[in-house]
Structures are given as C-alpha cells and as structure tokens.
Design a protein around this ligand. Structure first.
Ligand code: NAD
Length: 492
C-alpha cells in the first residue's frame, strides 16, 4: 500500500506508516524515474511484527489445515484476477519484460497450488508393536514464527516459494522483500489483506540490513529463509545458526552449460541465448559460461554471435522488446567493468554490450548482450558472478574435460548439457556437481513439486525451497511412543 508516495508496512493485520528516519527511492531501471519511497524500517518495528506473529500463532496452529488452505485458494484467485497489474508493477520496478514478469508470477502461483496439498503433505507416519503393545507415530507440528528475506530479481515468485507453505503448515510468516523492488509484494499484500486471515499470520516489513539483522537476532523468530548473493547468504546462515535458528539460504551462481557436437545447434543456440540474456542475465539459473566440445565450438560461436547481436533491447512494457535493463546504475557499471577486466585478462569480444544507448531511454541502466570468447576460467571475469547479460565461451576437446571445468567452479546451482546422446546425458547428470541439471534445457528451474536445489557456494542449509523440502523446513517432527497397559500388553 502506498500513501503520500511512501510504502507502508503490514503488521498485525494493518497497514502502518514506518517510523523510519531514512527512506530510499525505488526507481524504474529503464527510465530512472522515481516510483515510490521505501522505508528503511528500524528494529523496533520488526519486534512489533514478531510479537504480532507470536500472538497469532497459538490459534493459527490449532486451525485445521483444511481451513488454513482455504485462504490459499482465495489468494490464488485474487492473484489471477490481478495478474496483469502485478506483472506490470514487476516490470516497472525490476526492468524485466512483461512476459518474464508474468512467467515468474505464474511460477509463484504454482507454489500456492502445491501448498494447498498440505493436509496430505504434512501427514506423519506410524507403526504398531514397536515392542509388544507399544505403538509409535510421528506428527508434524509448525515451527512457530518464521521469516523470509528475498532478492531483487524475482519480486513476485521468490516470496511465494516460502509464504504459502509456511502458513499452510500453521506457522506465522514475516516477509522482508528486497528494498530495490518492494512494490510487487506491496500489491500482493493488498490482496492478502482481503483474505480475512487472523491479524499477525502474515506481515510485511520493508527495509534493508537493519530489518535482516533484527529478524536474525529476534528470539521469537524460529526459522529464516533467504535468497540472494552468496556472501550475504553465508552471513545470514551463520548468524541464524549462531542464534539457534533453522536456516535455508540460497546464494549466487555462475552456471556452466556444455554443448556437444551432436547437439541440435539451432535449437541449442536459441535456448542458450534465452538463458543468458533473458531477464538481462539477472537470474540465478542464467547460463554464464558455455563450454563447447570439439567441432561444436566454431558453429556455436558463429550462431550465438548473430543471436546476441540482434536481440531487441528496451523497455520491458514494449511488446517487441526481448530484454530489459539491469537493476541499477551501479549494477550496469559493475557489469561493464567486469567485461573490461575480462578483456584485459585476454578474452576476445565477439559482441560488446557496453555503452548502450536505447533511443527514448537514454537514462536507463541498459547493457546489451555481450559474448566473450576464450575467457580465462581462473581470471576475475572467469570466476565472478556477473549477474548481467554476459556469456563467456570456453572450448575443450572431450566431455571429460568439460565436466572437469563444470566441477571446478565454487558454485553449484545449475549445470546443463546439450546433446542427442542418451549415454552422454546420463554421464553428465551423474557426474556434474550442481543441484539443478538441465538436459537440452537452458534454465533448469524445478517446478513447485520439486526442491529448488543448489550445491556448494550456491546453498547453505539442508532443506531447500518448494515442495516436500518446504514442508520439512516449516515443520518440527514429534515422535510419540505409546503404551496402554492391559493384559494384551507387555507386563512389568
Ligand atoms: P543481495 O544479497 O544483495 O540481497 C538479498 C537480500 O539480502 C535483500 O533483501 C537485501 O536487503 C538483503 N541484504 C543485502 N545485503 C545485506 C547485508 N549486508 N546484510 C543483511 N542483509 C542484506 O542479493 P540481490 O542483489 O538482491 O539478488 C541477486 C543475487 O541473488 C544473485 O547473487 C543471485 O544469484 C541470487 N539469487 C539466487 C537464487 C537462488 O535460488 N539460488 C535466486 C535468485 C537470486
């Protein structure tokens, strides 16, 4: 909810003005026009949200799961009725195309659909006669007050990786969205406000590091979900763990994709271009490095050069546009200086996206698709997450060399292979060290029934977002060992 050009927080079932002394401008990345001001909420308001959540918990956990999920059915309907408006807000604050904004919202809605299965997903298990006359059974109970901290690149989808499962399992949930893109969730919370949920079951607290630290240190908050860059993910994980909280922290990536000579090269090029340059490369499942094997090298190099050079870049609300701007001027500057660094380390530029000027959008944060050849994997460009529309090419002679290169990175979010050989595909999915594997797929994003996996520096924790992992994360297991002594039971 926006009042007087400022975003409000949603605490204890009410829209409230923050008492923040500092606000940030949220800007449209295509025009730099200021859209709204977001409060950097102080810690005492996080305490108010946590207290409201704790107060709501006792009744909410006793509400039968079948009743709890009725709110989710209603939320799904409201999101669908307001789909276009929410997607447009995402494009305005985040820069991605309207099609991409709709795609991510749809992925979010799918998580609501899966979470409506909680009455069966939350079931425990049991067994009779573990000893004579003694039965054992396991229940799942909600954890309590839980919180999620989310990044700028999927303002609609990522909060919905968490919230539906958290509340369906009987927890009370606090969201801290990215301060760069707070408008999408503000709109979604206007819909949540119409659900008639008991006050305190869900809260929205805008802000930055102060809010994060207050959530990490608050004794009432029992579990933290985080998605963002690896250094912050590691920090959040350590501080949450030091405070005895459960934590699942998804980090950054630098995803390698291998192309074998037997791949369908035209399809492969189109898919990899979408993966590298879709969402302006600001996707944790974007292809950052393509490793071609043998004769695939020259063919792929030529085709990707043409595809990258002709991609239509502009404002995401223009229906012709295939790629929008990056999030901030600082981000544009960081990406361009990494490209320059790579060139100084010996890479050759096949397509150079620096110093882009988009007619009508001269102030926007635009970097056009960039392709660099022969990037040194040990150089700064070779191992840094760029998070922009930049594709690096490397060439090797065998699939074993390619897999060795795939596994040499410190990240493990995604690895993909393009081939028409089943045997090569099996070898790759077996040996590649990454949590999400694509075979002839460029963005191996698991659908909501599966965990959004991630290994190495791309994930800190045990249980991932989505599906059954989410149910594990948001519930405590309680095992009951039970005897009712009678003549048929064991005698003492
Ligand atoms: P970020 O780490 O800068 O911010 C993420 C969240 O952490 C935001 O809510 C922000 O307010 C907060 N934050 C930032 N700095 C902090 C600090 N020092 N202390 C406490 N909190 C802090 O990430 P971003 O730039 O918003 O998002 C891009 C990153 O997210 C990329 O690295 C991308 O790969 C990653 N990402 C990962 C996944 C995944 O599933 N693994 C998905 C999407 C994005």
């Amino acid at each position: 909810m926006i009042q007087d050009g400022q975003l409000l927080n949603y605490i204890a079932g009410k829209w409230v003005h923050s008492r923040a002394s500092e606000y940030l401008d949220v800007r449209n990345p295509a025009t730099l026009e200021a859209l709204v001001r977001v409060p950097l909420t102080p810690a005492e308001e996080v305490d108010e949200a946590a207290r409201a959540a704790q107060a709501a918990f006792s009744d909410w956990r006793r509400t039968p799961p079948l009743e709890r999920i009725q709110y989710l059915f209603k939320l799904k309907r409201l999101l669908e009725e307001n789909f276009e408006e929410i997607a447009q807000l995402t494009t305005q604050e985040c820069g991605k195309t309207l099609g991409e904004a709709k795609g991510e919202l749809q992925r979010g809605v799918e998580n609501i659909e899966v979470a409506t299965g909680i009455p069966s997903l939350m079931m425990g298990y049991n067994s009779e006669d573990m000893a004579r006359g003694i039965d054992e059974y396991m229940f799942r109970q909600p954890v309590g007050v839980v919180a999620a901290i989310t990044p700028f690149n999927f303002p609609g989808m990522i909060p919905l990786w968490f919230m539906p499962y958290a509340i369906a399992c009987g927890n009370c949930f606090i969201l801290k969205p990215s301060e760069k893109v707070p408008m999408t969730m503000s709109k979604v919370f206007e819909l949540i406000d119409q659900l008639g949920l008991p006050p305190g079951v869900v809260s929205l607290v805008n802000g930055g590091k102060t809010v994060v630290d207050a959530l990490l240190d608050h004794p009432t908050v029992r579990a933290i979900s985080f998605v963002g860059s690896s250094p912050v993910a590691k920090y959040v994980y350590s501080r949450a763990a030091a405070n005895g909280k459960r934590a699942q922290c998804q980090g950054g990536a630098k995803n390698p994709v291998v192309v074998l000579p037997d791949a369908d090269m035209e399809m492969t090029t189109r898919i990899i271009a979408d993966s590298s340059f879709g969402c302006a490369g600001q996707r944790c499942l974007a292809t950052a490095v393509t490793i071609t094997v043998g004769e695939a090298g020259p063919v792929f190099r030529e085709q990707i050069t043409n595809t990258a050079a002709t991609r239509k870049v502009g404002y995401g609300l223009d229906p012709q546009v295939e790629m929008g701007p990056v999030i901030t001027p600082e981000s544009k500057q960081r990406i361009e200086s990494l490209i320059s660094k790579g060139i100084s380390e010996g890479a050759q530029v096949l397509v150079d996206g620096r110093d882009s000027h988009i007619p009508g959008y001269e102030h926007g944060n635009f970097v056009r698709p960039t392709v660099l050849d022969n990037v040194d994997p040990r150089g700064e460009l070779g191992h840094t997450e760029i998070f922009g529309p930049v594709l690096s090419l490397s060439h090797v002679q065998t699939i074993d060399d390619a897999i060795e290169l795939v596994n040499s990175t410190s990240y493990g979010n995604m690895a993909c292979l393009f081939t028409s050989s089943g045997a090569a595909a099996r070898k790759f999915r077996y040996e590649a060290q990454a949590g999400n594997i694509g075979i002839n797929i460029g963005v191996a994003a698991p659908i909501a029934f599966f965990p959004f996996s991630g290994w190495k520096e791309s994930f800190f924790g045990d249980m991932h977002a989505q599906g059954r992992d989410a149910v594990e994360f948001y519930t405590e297991k309680k095992v009951v060992v039970e005897r009712w002594p009678r003549e048929w039971s064991r005698k003492f």
